[in-house]
Design a protein around this ligand. Sequence first.
Ligand code: ZN
Ligand code: ZN
Length: 369
Amino acid sequence: MHTEKLIEHDFERRRGRLRRQLKQHGLDAMLITNVVNVTYLTGFTGDSSYLVLDRDGECLLSDSRYDVQIADECPDLDVVSRRAPTPMSHILNKAVRARKVNALGVETDTLTVATYDDISVALTGVELVSTSDLVANLRQIKDRSEVQAIRASIRLAEKAFAVIRASLRPDQTEREIAFALEHQIRLLGGDGCSFEPIVAAGHRAALPHAHPQDRVIGDDDLLLIDWGALRQGYMSDLTRVLVTGRISPKLERIYGVVLNAQRRAIESIRPGISTGEVDFAARAVIQDAGFGPKFGHGLGHGFGLEIHENPRMAPNQPQVLKVGMVITVEPGIYIPKWGGVRIEDDVLVTKDGHEVLSNVAKELDECLV
Ligand code: ZN
Ligand code: ZN
């Protein structure tokens, strides 16, 4: 992960939450190979390193390139640092045998077949138990320091957007605007964009995942921008449509439906509601307006250290929202050859319901540039 040091997070508490899961899943220990999960549990932001966590403690398996960084980022952690040509499998084997592990959980969702094969050869006799989303499910409930970091990332994204918006010119290309956004985010102290921004003018806004091109905004009527910032490891994710031409009756109609759908969905957010129900709150508005088939993606997703995390909000999802989840709400209507409207905000699930964390004007007349 290319980010500055993660500060003031309670990594010990997070490891404690995972430790409690071991017993429930009949595991003696867990092998964390997913690099983002290692960061989440330790604060170490390098890669090529594993974490072995058992019921009594844990150990980071890394290599000598990272000695200084580890001393800086997670000084209190037990570390085994290998030196070339000692392979990772060698120190992994030693660490697991020393802990007398019979059943070792592995992260099946993200482990490559090659790594799995290496691990099973190194750990002959140890039972490798497939686990799914163990750390991902912990990560979907953000702790206080994470919510703080996400808020800061959102503020940064909003400031950068305000600068871009104020300096928008018809001769700018989609790609220039995307680059300018990233430039602003970095000038304001961020580590870059949380993903390649989507900057789509006119009919290209009909593509939910348009890549910015060398195409001038010119006299297109609308410009869709989907962007976010990366700051201290955490991300943000927002979408606005700017009106660069006139407000046509068709745009007014479609924009109104999407905004209404988004408001209904946000209003429904509270602990205990299923993500499918929140999705439906928005989808019903779009369907009733006759645009059902034009809203082809899920309503939103969790985010944090990565841009797409659990929970996923899509039709019929049974997963239930809990206090501390941070999700996007991003309904859209996409009309081929005309364009598209998506409005995306970031929402925290709170004890009393929800708090909208992002704050960028979104009434249609406020989007005129
Ligand atoms: Zn987005
Ligand atoms: Zn999103």
